[in-house]
Design a protein around this ligand. Structure first.
Ligand code: FAD
Length: 280
C-alpha cells in the first residue's frame, strides 16, 4: 500500500491528481471503521492531518470559513462556540472525546451520511462546500447540490473538501439529537434551528429523517410570520404547530436504528423544544 503523508494542500492535490484511486484519510474515524469491516480496501492513501491549509477557521467579510480539518474538539471550544453555537452543540454530541479529538468536519461532510451531526446545522445555515482539485482549482457547491443521497456527494474523486462557508448570523441556535442512549450514539433523528434576529427568520435543518439532510420550508415560513420579533414570543400553540410542520417535512425510513413513525414524531418534538429554547 502507498501512503502519502501530505504536508501542504498542493502536495495532497498533486498526490490525488497523480493517483485518482487514492483515498483521503483525515481523522480516520469513519475510514478506519470501514477498513476494519473490510468495506474499504485502499491501495493508496493520502493523509491530511498535517495539511495546515485545512486547519482552523477565519472570517471573510460576512462569511465564516471553516477549514475541513477542524475537529469536533475545536468546534465545541471557545471562541468558536460563541460564533456558531449550533455547530458547537452538534460537535458535543459526537462520539467520545477520542472521536472528537480526531474526527473532522470535512470528514463528516465528505462521508455524507444523513446521520452526520454537523449536517443539519450546516444546511440550516445554507452552507457552501468548498472543493479543490489540481486540475480545476476551487469550486463552491451549495449544500443542496452537494448531498445527493445516503453517503453520495457531488465531490469528484480528484477533489478535496477544503472548507465550508457559512454566513455570520446573529441569533440563538440549537441542535437537538435523539439516539438510543445519551452518548456515543448515531443519531436516530436530529434537528438544528438557526434564528436570525436581524432578518427575522428561523431556519431548520433535519438529520436522519431522509436520504440527505433536509430543510423544513413550511415550518420556517410559519415561524418567520408567527413569531413576534419585538418580544421574541410566539402565540399559544405556535410552537406545537411549528413542530407538526417540521414532522411533516421529514421523509424517514424504518431501519435497524428506528422506525419512520418514531423519527417523524421525534423531529417534531425536538423542533418544538428547540424553538421554545430559542425564545426563552
Ligand atoms: C465510535 C464512533 C462514534 C461516532 N459518533 C459519531 C456521532 O455521534 N456523530 C457523527 O456525525 N459521526 C460520528 N462518527 C463518525 C465520524 O466520527 C464522523 O463522520 C467524522 O466527522 C469523520 O471525520 P474524519 O476526519 O474522521 O474522516 P475520515 O474517517 O478520515 O474520512 C471519512 C471520509 O471522508 C473522506 N474525507 C475526509 N476528509 C476529507 C476531505 N478533506 N476532503 C475529501 N474527502 C475527505 C475520506 O476519504 C473518507 O471517505 C463516529 C465514529 C466512531 C468510530
Amino acid at each position: 500500500m502507498t501512503v502519502v503523508t501530505a504536508t501542504s494542500l498542493d502536495e495532497a492535490l498533486d498526490a490525488l491528481a497523480g493517483d485518482p484511486s487514492a483515498q483521503l484519510l483525515a481523522g480516520g474515524t469513519d475510514f478506519m471503521v470501514e477498513v476494519s469491516f473490510a468495506h474499504r480496501r485502499p491501495a493508496s492513501i493520502v493523509t491530511l492531518r498535517r495539511v495546515d491549509e485545512l486547519k482552523g477557521w477565519w472570517r471573510d467579510g460576512d462569511t465564516l470559513v471553516l477549514g475541513a480539518g477542524m475537529t469536533y474538539t475545536e468546534l465545541q471550544a471557545e471562541p468558536f462556540l460563541d460564533v456558531v453555537p449550533g455547530l458547537a452543540q452538534a460537535a458535543r454530541t459526537v462520539g467520545s472525546p477520542q472521536i472528537r479529538n480526531a474526527g473532522t468536519i470535512g470528514g463528516n461532510i465528505a462521508t455524507g451520511s444523513p446521520a452526520g451531526d454537523t449536517l443539519p446545522v450546516l444546511v440550516a445555515l445554507d452552507a457552501v462546500i468548498v472543493l479543490q482539485s489540481a486540475a480545476d482549482g476551487e469550486r463552491r457547491v451549495p449544500w443542496n447540490e452537494f448531498f445527493l443521497g445516503p453517503k453520495r456527494t457531488a465531490r469528484r474523486g480528484d477533489e478535496l473538501v477544503t472548507a465550508v462557508r457559512v454566513p455570520v448570523v446573529h441569533g440563538r441556535q440549537e441542535y437537538l439529537k435523539v439516539g438510543t442512549r445519551n452518548a456515543m450514539v448515531i443519531s436516530v433523528a436530529g434537528v438544528a434551528l438557526v434564528m436570525d434576529d436581524d432578518a427575522h427568520t428561523v431556519r431548520v435543518g433535519l438529520g436522519s429523517v431522509g436520504p440527505v439532510p433536509l430543510r423544513a420550508p413550511a415550518a420556517e415560513a410559519f415561524a418567520d410570520s408567527t413569531i413576534d420579533w419585538a418580544t421574541m414570543t410566539i402565540p399559544d400553540g405556535g410552537a406545537a404547530q411549528f413542530g407538526a410542520l417540521v414532522s411533516a417535512a421529514a421523509s424517514p425510513i424504518d431501519d435497524q436504528r428506528s422506525t419512520a413513525a418514531y423519527r417523524r414524531h421525534a423531529v417534531g418534538v425536538c423542533a418544538r423544544r428547540a424553538l421554545q429554547r430559542c425564545l426563552s
